[in-house]
Write a protein that binds this ligand. Structure first.
Ligand code: KG4
Ligand code: ZN
Length: 342
């Protein structure tokens, strides 16, 4: 079964072809980072317009690379939410139209489900059930994943996401967008301890997070920072360590609470090397294995959408729109736990 995946929820156009027999055939990505750089964040209207420009050329590219044609497709999966409404509409419009023309199913995928299942693209892939730490730009959640569609929310952020804390703090430090990689790079030459920052809710007796206070603490520290690069590097190192400490502490607490032995990390912040090192070290001592998506699939991409679409199609749990011409919908706000099957 051959599935075309289309991701356009934010600032990356991702297209991929996944075959249930042969695996991932090809994927292509266009990042809009340069387009939004001058604005210090994503400008929704610019994002939508750029997705329109990229989606068909990238689709042609993956078809060519895989040596298949549109006629070979069995389904089209697109990100239906959550995300920027206009950006989502581009992928949904193109995906649904293609499927309608080809008389094959169009499958609307939850973006976070794509992230959540993306570690299954790696080798070795984790077995269900596992605990998932979902750390993207807009979400920080711990989920219990029993299988495809079987998601139980264990805890989540009460305010900002970890990625948001990276991005907003980077802005305060005069670094570029996206902030996570910029903070991580600057932190390489920094030392912790010089500008102490809180570890919010690290010892709370639940699995929730809060990162907005951290951003405020960075703002206060940044105001009093001497004008040298070392000071900014030291603050970046402290911030990265504070965020990682909380993510690791809560993930281990989730492992202990659920009694599971597999932890899966997904979403853009999962690309953070310090997080990977610290999580692996903490998990190892507890007989727990940690799984990540292939590095390139940590951040937004079409492969995870094609893959999630293929799994959904195999399970046939999603209502598909097969050539009905009944239109489509996107959900800019969409709770992942609401996908759970009874
Ligand atoms: O999953 P993602 O690509 O997009 C969303 O669905 O939101 O995540 C983007 C987030 C941004 O906040 C970005 O700063 C963060 O992931 N990020 C990182 C790193 N790479 C990306 N954060 C920390 N360290 C990184 N290396
Ligand atoms: Zn994402």
């Amino acid at each position: 079964m051959l599935v075309l995946g289309i991701e356009t929820s934010c600032d990356e156009t991702g297209i991929a072809l996944y075959d249930t027999g042969r695996g991932l055939l090809a994927h292509a990505l266009h990042s809009q980072v340069a387009l939004h750089a001058d604005y210090g964040g994503v400008v929704p209207e610019l994002a939508s317009r750029d997705h329109i420009r990229r989606v068909l050329p990238l689709t042609r590219e993956v078809l060519l690379e895989s040596g298949v044609t549109l006629a070979d497709l069995d389904a089209v999966a697109y990100t239906a939410g959550p995300g920027l409404a206009g950006a989502l509409l581009v992928g949904a419009g193109v995906g649904t139209s293609l499927a309608y023309a080809l008389d094959i199913p169009a499958i609307g995928i939850h973006h976070l489900e794509g992230h959540l299942l993306s570690p299954l693209l790696a080798d070795p892939a984790p077995q269900f059930p596992f605990v998932a730490l979902l750390v993207s730009g807009g979400h920080t959640q711990l989920m219990r994943v029993g299988g495809v569609g079987d998601y139980t929310l264990l805890g989540e952020t009460l305010d900002d996401a970890a990625g948001e804390a990276f991005d907003k703090s980077a802005k305060l430090l005069g670094l570029g967008y996206p902030g996570g990689p910029a903070i991580a790079a600057l932190a390489e030459s920094g030392h912790t301890g010089r500008y102490p920052l809180p570890r919010p809710m690290l010892h709370s007796d639940n699995l929730d997070f809060s990162f907005s206070g951290l951003k405020t603490a960075v703002l206060t520290a940044a105001r009093n920072l001497p004008p040298d690069t070392q000071a900014r590097a030291d603050l970046a190192a402290e911030l990265q360590t504070a965020i990682v400490d909380v993510l690791v502490g809560k993930s281990i607490a989730a492992i202990e609470q659920t009694g599971l032995t597999r932890l899966v990390v997904a979403g853009g912040v999962g690309a953070n090397r310090r997080l990977r090192v610290q999580l692996s070290a903490a998990a190892q001592g507890r007989g727990c294995s940690v799984f990540y998506p292939p590095f390139e699939f940590c951040t937004d991409n079409g492969a995870m959408i094609a893959f999630a679409g293929a799994l959904r199609l195999q399970q046939d749990k999603q209502e598909n729109t097969r050539g009905s011409g009944s239109g489509f919908t996107v959900r800019p706000r969409w709770d992942l736990a609401s996908l759970a099957t009874a």
